[in-house]
Design a protein around this ligand. Structure first.
Ligand SMILES: [Zn+2]
Length: 210
């Protein structure tokens, strides 16, 4: 099963990707995480994208496709994968078609208003990369990471001014993707719910209908 997850930043894509990954035993591939790993490792590529991310802008298609091609050709992707964070634009979707087929494009729909409310509660571990939410996915370690004990922070990406900029970018660039995938007959839309498990139930039901 090769799945693309669509949805605005903060719509709960990452969380659903992790759940689907366990359910179908296929890796969840987050381009955001791949990029953050490169930044953390301070590779030449990582240094280049760091400045772009800090401005709240998107990393170039060429760079993301380069990183993604490497990832999707690893053996654990043979049985499928869940793509989270890519493609965001129609040109990226066209570039992806040259790398791999997909079976389904799942869009998780949440209003901007609810997203801005939710993002304020997100916390991230600067040491191991684990992500939490004060309401929906709290760390067992409270203010600290339950895996490594590091003090949790609000990522630059989750700050209100950056969130607003990302939502504008999302609507301008990513919404046309739905039109693109609708034409292929692979688009499934699910209404994001307050409870993670309720969204998961709708997602699994939609995927079972394929
Ligand atoms: Zn940690």
């Amino acid at each position: 099963m090769r799945i693309i997850l669509l949805g605005a930043p903060g719509a709960g894509k990452g969380t659903q990707a992790e759940i689907l990954s366990q359910h179908y035993c296929i890796p969840a591939v987050s381009t955001g995480n791949l990029i953050r790993e490169a930044v953390r490792a301070q590779t030449p590529l990582g240094l280049r994208v760091q400045a772009v991310i800090e401005r709240g802008e998107l990393v170039s298609d060429e760079t993301v496709i380069q990183i993604l091609t490497e990832r999707l050709t690893k053996p654990d992707c043979e049985g499928g994968f869940i793509l989270d964070g890519f493609p965001r634009t129609v040109p990226q979707a066209q570039a992806l078609e040259l790398i791999s087929d997909v079976d389904c494009v799942l869009s998780i729909e949440v209003s901007d208003e609810r997203i801005i409310k939710r993002m304020g509660g997100r916390r991230s571990c600067p040491k191991c990369g684990a992500t939490y939410h004060v309401d929906y996915k709290p760390s067992a370690g409270g203010e600290n990471c339950q895996h490594c004990g590091e003090f949790l922070v609000v990522r630059n990406d989750d700050k209100p001014e950056v969130v607003l900029h990302r939502l504008e970018t999302y609507h301008a660039q990513t919404e046309p993707l739905k039109v693109f995938y609708e034409k292929t007959g692979k688009l499934l839309c699910v209404e994001g719910q307050e409870e993670v498990k309720d969204t998961t139930a709708l997602v699994l039901e939609a995927l079972a209908s394929l």
